[in-house]
Design a protein around this ligand. Sequence first.
Ligand SMILES: [Zn+2]
Length: 343
Amino acid sequence: MTAWYPGASRMTLQPEASQQPAIRPTQMIVHSIVAPWTPRRLYEYWRDSTSLESHFGLGYDGSLGQYLPVTTRADANASANRRPDGTGAVSVETASNTSASDPWTEQQVEALIRLGVWLHQVHGIPLRICRTPDDPGYGWHRLHAAWSTGGTACPGAARVTQFREVVFPGIAARATGQTTTPGRAPEEDDMALSDEDVARIAAAVWRTDGILRSPSTAAEGNTHWTADSYLRNLHSLVRGLPEAAARQVALYKDTRLDPRDARQMWDDAASPHHTWQFRPDGSERDAWGLLTATAAEVAALRSVVATLAAGGGLDAAEIQAAAEAGARAFASELGRELTDGRG
Ligand SMILES: [Zn+2]
């Protein structure tokens, strides 16, 4: 069991942390400070002036400071600070406007829910609104008169409503792995995210380095890529595919192309068919060479057949049969070479 919440920045308040008696925390009570302060400013306020400190201070942006262990008495809740049986309340001060009339920001609501869940899971605060001043559970400062000296409006009407309708249901739902909306997965967050939240999360997801190992094509020494880099690289590869395809089409169409240029174009196009460069028999002939040479041989054969036909030695059917035989021989030879080439 830890007395320091991992989700808060520790700003230990002395001498209170060393001198005030221990408690067993059984309640969480929320307040509004009536000032738009940061956790740091709250710390300075309690360090330098009043001693009615809370355990936690929550800024508008959801940042949280912790000033005392939750197992040490804080002084913001009158009789709830520490009872004769040693139990006491964990108090949470929150930034507000100077009349404590504004609702908590979405970030504050989220931070209150997370802290509430932690207090339930680590310190066993039961998931209910405190029914009496001594009843273990969750509440807001003005909920019970015994929690203040002479009465208080804290934390303000808007926040009381928010605590009843959003914060406490959020704590209860998340602490028990349930959500208040049927049909949604338990790990889903019931809190609406602001545009700013979404932008911050997206930036963290896409631009965090040091997690994803870089691909084999990355520059030497560049061991990791961000998700952003991966996506941009994929985008550029996909964008290059139509050009690669166009080059391959040109390779077949442009018969005037020098075979070496064609080879180069093919390689440049990053074709997956690297069999064009593979010579299983160790010869210099490649598949492109085979294609052009075979086409020339077929053309020569046609010419010979045509000459023979002109001399009257063959009829039309015999010429057709000879041409088909030549074509089959061409296809057969080409197929064997390509199959070998795929090795
Ligand atoms: Zn208060």
